[in-house]
Write a new protein. Structure first.
Length: 79
């Protein structure tokens, strides 16, 4: 998932990343509950990997939003 794009999409991308992270966590929890099958180990590993990836995307997006907010505050103080 690319983190570059239109500046107006940052809140939407953060929300989307958060929703994807929540969905991945739900799937991970369901997989852990249903681990009676031998295939569940691979699924859990895949879900953990996805959660890790989405957590990174979420963090990066949050940091970019924090930077944008700081810049806006600086500009508003100058006005």
């Amino acid at each position: 998932m690319a983190l570059v794009g239109k500046k107006g999409n940052k809140p939407k991308r953060l929300k989307t990343a958060s929703q994807r992270l929540d969905a991945a966590m739900e799937r991970l929890e369901k997989a852990l509950e249903a681990k009676n099958s031998g295939d569940d180990g691979a699924e859990v590993a895949a879900l953990k990997s996805e959660v890790e990836k989405l957590t990174g995307v979420n963090k990066a997006t949050g940091e970019r939003l924090d930077g944008a907010i700081k810049r806006l505050k600086t500009v508003l103080k100058e006005v």
